[in-house]
Design a protein around this ligand. Structure first.
Ligand SMILES: Nc1nc2c(ncn2[C@@H]2O[C@H](COP(=O)(O)OP(=O)(O)OP(=O)(O)O)[C@@H](O)[C@H]2O)c(=O)[nH]1
Ligand SMILES: [Mg+2]
Length: 311
């Protein structure tokens, strides 16, 4: 399991809030589409169009429709309601990508979560939300201000650290991100902290020197604890659409992404992107960011998500 993964009581409401724009567009069309007396080719065409408009992507849309058709044929179903149920079930199957974080820290060692992504996707905010979420579970958190590149990045993390009550380890701007990470893990050890979350500078996935720097941070972590990092969390901006897939592939190649957090989910009408990510990348979506506040984070649950879509 991802570190400290648990569902909060209001997660479902937050998912619904995150889906608001989607509800006003493709979700409304989706429920209307099944309001027909029988399953016809028109229904399949309509579904295809709606799912693609939701950013589910052409390939994943094709897979979904194929599997729904197979279910319909196998069980000899004729009713459009049955097609709707079948679509729900197949969406859940696709969203349940296997977890990738297999290693755990040895006794008393902190969990290390490395957070990566391109510029401005929502990394630092997501880290603050995660710190808050872990602290609410009684876990102690150390944040590593390893974005030493952007002016004010350290200050931004400091402010969040104070707000949520997490220790922030930082150096001067321009310092070596590996050295900050090293110090943060050592600090976490000496305080017996439960988890270290490493904030890294936003970087374009196509810039090989910047990706090399990230690999270096990863190596520093691995040298301190061969079981770490225990999670490499890629933060994608929900409004970026299919380009997120390209980013994910590049970061996976560089540092082995184990899970995805989709920030700014409240800002997109194309919530179908989650299906595209889990299907095309076989990476689990672990969290959704549903606002700018520190509690606007949802532990992603495939069934709750699909139920919110079809509600
Ligand atoms: N609406 C909304 N805004 C968000 C969410 N997550 C982050 N933001 C906003 O997105 C902007 C960028 O967030 P940051 O956390 O600074 O992004 P970052 O990836 O750390 O940026 P760099 O460090 O510059 O690469 C801020 O204005 C955040 O408030 C979210 O879930 N919903
Ligand atoms: Mg940042």
């Amino acid at each position: 399991m991802p570190f400290g993964f648990f569902k909060r009581q209001d997660d479902k409401q937050k998912v619904e809030h995150g889906l608001k724009r989607s509800k006003d567009s493709w979700i409304a069309r989706l429920s209307n589409a099944f309001d027909v007396p029988a399953i016809t080719d028109d229904l399949w065409d309509e579904l295809e169009e709606i799912l693609i408009s939701a950013d589910v992507g052409i390939d994943t849309t094709g897979t979904l429709i194929k599997r729904v058709k197979e279910r319909i044929r196998k069980d000899n179903l004729q009713n459009a309601d049955h097609a709707e149920d079948a679509l729900m079930e197949e969406m859940i199957v696709i969203l349940n990508a296997p977890l990738k974080n297999e290693s755990q820290p040895s006794n008393n060692e902190p969990w290390v979560i490395l957070v990566v992504g391109v510029n401005g996707t929502g990394k630092t905010t997501t880290i603050a939300k995660l710190a808050r979420y872990f602290q609410q579970q009684g876990k102690s958190v150390v944040l590593a201000a390893a974005d030493t590149f952007r002016a004010a990045a350290v200050e931004q993390l400091d402010i969040w650290g104070k707000r949520v009550g997490a220790t922030v380890i930082s150096h001067q701007q321009g310092a070596d991100p590996g050295a900050v990470t090293f110090d943060a893990i050592q600090a976490a050890r000496s305080r017996s902290a439960d988890v270290v979350i490493v904030d890294t500078a936003g970087r374009l996935h196509t810039k090989s020197n910047l990706m090399e720097e990230l690999k270096k941070v990863n190596r520093v972590i691995q040298r301190l604890d061969p079981t770490a990092p225990h999670e490499v969390l890629l933060v994608l901006d929900a409004t970026t659409g299919q380009n997120g897939l390209t980013q994910a592939r590049a970061f996976t190649e560089a540092v082995g992404v184990t899970g995805v957090a989709i920030a700014k989910f409240d800002g997109t009408a194309k919530g179908g992107i989650v299906l595209s990510i889990t299907d095309q990348l076989k990476l689990p979506v672990l969290y959704l960011g549903t606002g700018e506040g520190m509690d606007d984070l949802v532990a992603f649950d495939p069934r709750d998500f699909v139920e919110a879509v079809f509600d």
